[in-house]
Design a protein around this ligand. Structure first.
Ligand SMILES: C[S@@+](CC[C@H](N)C(=O)[O-])C[C@H]1O[C@@H](n2cnc3c(N)ncnc32)[C@H](O)[C@@H]1O
Length: 312
């Protein structure tokens, strides 16, 4: 079996997420099923695991990986923004814990035809959900210069966003930008113009991150999904979010803060208590063994109701 993805911060996830064995746990980013496998091993046969992903290749892989526990595992293709409808359709009103392990799996990054990486030359795709039409090639070749620099600066925090957008628009008048290497070269040319030839990270990293977020509408989806997930948690149920860049982490932090606020509690009749005052990081050992873990941060919160605020 190929190594689809190595799950990050497994022991911390299990410690925070699992509050009882006889619970229902929702893995919103099933990927290769790494976290899910650890969760189901912990709760089987008392509990139930529901795993979802929008990527059919991930679902196929995870289904195989979790087959020994299949009587207590439900795997569904879905975007996590639809988690409430999904749970209701499955007949569950509440869950005990929800996990989000954001971003891409190693398989998605390394699997060449998906076009997420500039290290190989591939078609500019970047869709996590292969049934969707909207891909990175469409954005790069049709968005206006202003739209391009806006997404590069907003989603990539790219300091040369205007120059990169200008060069893209100029280039595509002569030749459509179809491949990852073509786009990466344009970005590198802009950096070279500013005499930025020595990089800490590859110059195309931020532009590729921005395109990926735009293609998959990642940040808007996340904001909605976190609130829906808290809504579906049972009392004292936990939500864990692992993020890999500051934009995702900011959404997790602000959404938790907003939901922990007393006014929110009065308004919605439920909210959260934040269990991770500071983000939780992987150990140095884990970072040494798994490079992907180096940018991971986890935040955890617990569902509460107004009466609990005065009690604790
Ligand atoms: C970092 S990987 C998860 C890896 C997984 N925890 C494991 O241990 O194998 C993130 C996964 O989330 C999926 N994903 C990202 N955004 C999603 C969304 N809005 N809805 C459903 N799945 C999503 C991706 O397709 C990818 O497979």
């Amino acid at each position: 079996m190929i190594n689809f993805h190595t799950p990050v911060m497994c022991s911390q996830v299990l410690n925070y997420l699992i509050t009882k064995k006889k619970g229902i746990y929702l893995d919103c980013t099933l990927g290769g099923g790494g976290h899910s496998e650890e969760i189901i091993k912990e709760i089987y046969p008392d509990g139930l695991l529901i795993g979802l992903d929008q990527d059919i290749e991930a679902l196929e892989f995870a289904r195989e990986k979790l087959k020994d526990y299949q009587d207590k595992v439900i795997i569904v293709k879905s975007n996590f923004t639809d988690l409430k409808i999904l749970l209701q359709d499955l007949g569950y009103k509440q869950v005990t814990g929800v996990l989000f392990d954001l971003g891409l799996s190693s398989y998605q990054v390394d699997n060449k035809p998906r076009g997420f990486s500039f290290l190989e030359d591939n078609f500019l795709d970047m869709r996590m959900d292969l049934s969707k039409q909207f891909d990175a090639r469409y954005i790069v070749n049709t968005y206006s210069e202003k739209e391009l620099w806006e997404i590069f600066s907003k989603y990539g925090e790219e300091r040369f966003s205007r120059s990169i957008a200008r060069l893209i628009v100029k280039e595509r008048k002569n030749k459509q930008i179809e491949t990852t290497k073509h786009l990466a070269k344009l970005v590198t040319d802009v950096y070279a113009r500013y005499k930025k030839n020595r990089w800490h990270i590859h110059p195309a990293t931020r532009v590729f991150q921005a395109l990926r977020i735009e293609v998959n509408d990642e940040l808007n989806t996340l904001k909605r999904a976190l609130k829906e997930a808290v809504k579906m948690l049972e009392p004292q149920g936990r939500i864990c979010i692992i993020s890999y860049h500051s934009l995702e982490d900011r959404i997790a932090k602000h959404t938790f803060k907003e939901m922990a606020n007393k006014d929110n509690l009065k308004l919605n009749a439920y909210g959260v208590r934040i269990l991770s005052k500071k983000p939780i990081y992987p150990s140095e050992n884990e970072i040494r063994e798994n490079r992907r873990a180096r940018s991971a941060k986890m935040r955890v919160a617990e569902k509460i109701f107004p009466e609990e605020v005065s009690e604790k």
